[in-house]
Design a protein around this ligand. Structure first.
Ligand SMILES: [Zn+2]
Ligand SMILES: [Zn+2]
Length: 320
């Protein structure tokens, strides 16, 4: 099975995104890049190098629905006529922009984010939304955990790897233990568990970091020899990266716990202490990270949390 990475430019801080062409029948594209002229042209150039065209694509599979990964899906599908689009049904970003949904904004309010900041974040994500087209519910199919994407020569096993987003999926080729992991596994950075409503009960937060740790451990059971991530170079030593991630997560958790004052603080307060310099979209990512670590620390019995005036206030555990 030929897996061909194509790097596409993005207008985002993260830099270029990797999409993957599976050069088998049916011709399959995993992720698409953002909806920009530059990404579109780079993708066509990548296809041309393989003597292929957009109209040859039969299947578009999305690791997750962030704009840098799903933005061109709709226009490519239209151009490729009856190409099938597949994504896990816990994803929402291909249907609606982030923070457009009230349940998503409620989570921010509960995390202590002031209303004016929520409005700013919302406006920023409205801008980001320009980089993706939306899909209606009947226009795509669902990726199911443990099912296979079949090709005339072999198959990729679908592994639901939530954490970065609730519906993030990875694709495993067991014959040579190769994984395409989207933003679940990135060589240089620890992926951000982004604040999201729980797909089963949107009034609750998705336990993104706890789920992410399970996903990393699950990928480890395949003993990957090569992991293709959504950004940056491939990972040849998953075991080393896995241990580095765990260390980074433990260190960040300890830091977050230290930043919770005796008098109590919201996740927003903690995120401003942790990343005082951030602005724009990074404030959302910073509060996402603080919430993720505080949630995990709370679920592990390391800090206390209570509701106060509609906000969650974290406190150090009382010493007996
Ligand atoms: Zn992402
Ligand atoms: Zn990404």
């Amino acid at each position: 099975m030929r897996i061909i990475p194509i790097s596409l430019p993005t207008p985002f801080y993260i830099g270029p995104v990797n999409v993957y062409l599976i050069a088998e029948e049916p011709l399959t594209l995993i992720d698409t890049g953002p909806k920009t002229k530059e990404a579109n042209e780079a993708l066509r150039e990548g296809l041309r190098r393989e003597r292929l065209r957009v109209s040859d694509i039969r299947r578009i599979v999305l690791t997750h629905a962030h704009e840098d990964h799903c933005g061109l899906a709709r226009s490519l599908r239209d151009e490729a006529k009856d190409a099938e689009v597949l994504i896990h049904n816990w994803e929402t970003g291909h249907r609606i922009g982030r923070l457009e949904d009230a349940s998503h904004r409620d989570l921010l309010a509960r995390a202590g984010v002031p209303d004016s900041e929520i409005e700013t974040m919302r406006r920023i994500y409205e801008e980001v939304r320009r980089y993706a087209d939306s899909f209606a519910d009947h226009e795509y199919g669902g990726l199911r955990d443990e099912a296979e994407l079949e090709f005339t020569n072999g198959a990729l096993r679908i592994i639901h790897t939530p954490g970065h987003t609730p519906g993030s999926c990875s694709f495993v080729r067991e014959a040579d233990r190769t994984v395409i992991a989207g933003d679940c596994v990135l060589k240089r950075i620890t992926p951000n568990p982004v604040l999201s409503p729980d797909p089963i009960d949107p009034s609750k937060r998705f336990p993104s970091l706890a789920e992410y740790l399970v996903s990393l451990a699950r990928l480890r059971t395949f003993a990957p020899t090569l992991v293709h991530g959504g950004h940056g170079a491939p990972v040849n030593d998953y075991e080393e990266l896995f241990n580095r991630y765990l260390r980074a997560i433990r260190e960040r958790q300890a830091e977050v716990i230290r930043l919770v004052p005796k008098a109590g603080a919201s996740a927003w307060d903690v995120s401003r202490d942790m990343f005082p310099e951030t602005d724009d979209v990074h404030r959302f990512l910073a509060v996402s990270e603080a919430v993720a670590h505080l949630d995990l620390a709370h679920s592990e019995g390391k800090i206390a949390v209570e509701m106060s005036g509609g906000r969650e206030v974290y406190r150090q555990l009382a010493v007996n």
